[in-house]
Design a protein around this ligand. Structure first.
Ligand SMILES: NC(=O)c1ccc[n+]([C@@H]2O[C@H](COP(=O)([O-])OP(=O)(O)OC[C@H]3O[C@@H](n4cnc5c(N)ncnc54)[C@H](OP(=O)(O)O)[C@@H]3O)[C@@H](O)[C@H]2O)c1
Length: 272
């Protein structure tokens, strides 16, 4: 019997590349997305169930898991990929955007994971792969929300490894650097208020810095290989850095130490 993976956020980017890679490797794939209305490519693939899942809507999460189990009989791997980046000065960010960032990147992961755990527990096996970011280990200016959410994801994943071990399951964290996806375009939720003059140089420098970093990043297909490696890893390894840029910046972070790294970042963003 083939293994089955459920992936969130398969409309574009890494989620889509991941769904296609697992399918190509012979897995059954529950490819979930907020809106399935215009999907044609994934629906045409063998052993792929395309179904609706909005990570902020627990009923849709439950329904997608049930539909997947109904079609394939089991779920072996959950890839919590859905996520986006809210950036900008905190003072300029509306409450609704603050809450949405954590609702998608953190609470969504918790409810989707919670929905598969009874099944993993019954099977005595299962792997949760959480797509974090280098931004779950280091921060960029104006990223209190995004980095706060990804640091939370790292913390909850680290803690979950113990209780998942108690039921024979595993959790893995994948930490991509930049990826050439919609992340820096339609998925970037940047708040600003030009009246807050003190922040405007930092806003300009941050926007100028983030764009090239994304453009120089890895293709999502390459990072999907790391998701696959994490999903099929049978050791206790928790973290998987993904992409040459991720390895390089995390090594620099370790070498510089906390304050050393922060002062390099400040210099890079013209903060003295
Ligand atoms: N690109 C990067 O540089 C980078 C680097 C490190 C980590 N990451 C992480 O990689 C993951 C995938 O991002 P990506 O780069 O592939 O960007 P992307 O192409 O913008 O994909 C984001 C996906 O998340 C989905 N999504 C957003 N809100 C959702 C919700 N409430 N429920 C379900 N799905 C939702 C989007 O669906 P819709 O089409 O419905 O909006 C889309 O499928 C994210 O967790 C991101 O934080 C990205």
């Amino acid at each position: 019997m083939s293994n089955t993976v459920l992936v969130t956020g398969t409309s574009t980017g890494l989620g889509r590349a991941t769904a296609k890679l697992f399918q190509a490797r012979g897995w059954n794939v529950i490819a979930t997305m907020r809106s399935t209305a215009t999907e044609t490519e994934l629906t045409a693939l063998e052993n792929v169930l395309v179904t609706t899942l909005d990570v902020t809507d627990p009923a849709s999460v439950q329904a997608a898991v049930a539909a997947g189990l109904d079609r394939f009989g089991r779920i072996d791997v959950l890839v919590n990929n859905a996520g986006y980046g809210a950036y900008g000065p905190l003072e300029a960010t509306p409450q609704e955007k603050i809450q949405r960032q954590f609702a998608v990147n953190v609470l969504g992961v918790l409810s989707t994971t919670q929905a598969v755990l009874p099944h993993f527990r019954a099977n005595g096996s299962g792997t949760v792969v959480n797509v974090s970011s280098v931004g779950g280990r280091i921060t960029f200016p104006l990223g209190a929300l995004y980095h706060g959410s990804k640091f939370a994801l790292e913390g909850l994943s680290e803690a979950l490894q113990y209780e998942l071990a108690a039921i024979g399951a595993r959790v893995k964290i994948v930490e991509p650097g930049g990826m050439t996806t919609d992340f820096g375009g339609r998925s970037l939720d940047f708040s600003n208020d030009p009246a807050l003059g003190e922040y405007q140089q930092l806003v300009a420098d941050t926007l100028a810095g983030l764009g090239p970093m994304m453009a120089a990043g890895s293709a999502p297909e390459k990072i999907a290989e790391v998701v696959y490696a994490a999903a099929t890893d049978r050791t206790d390894r928790l973290r998987f850095e993904a992409g040459a840029d991720a390895e390089q910046i995390l090594a620099a972070r370790r070498a510089a130490g906390d304050e050393g790294f922060y002062s390099t970042m400040k210099a890079q963003f013209g903060l003295g």
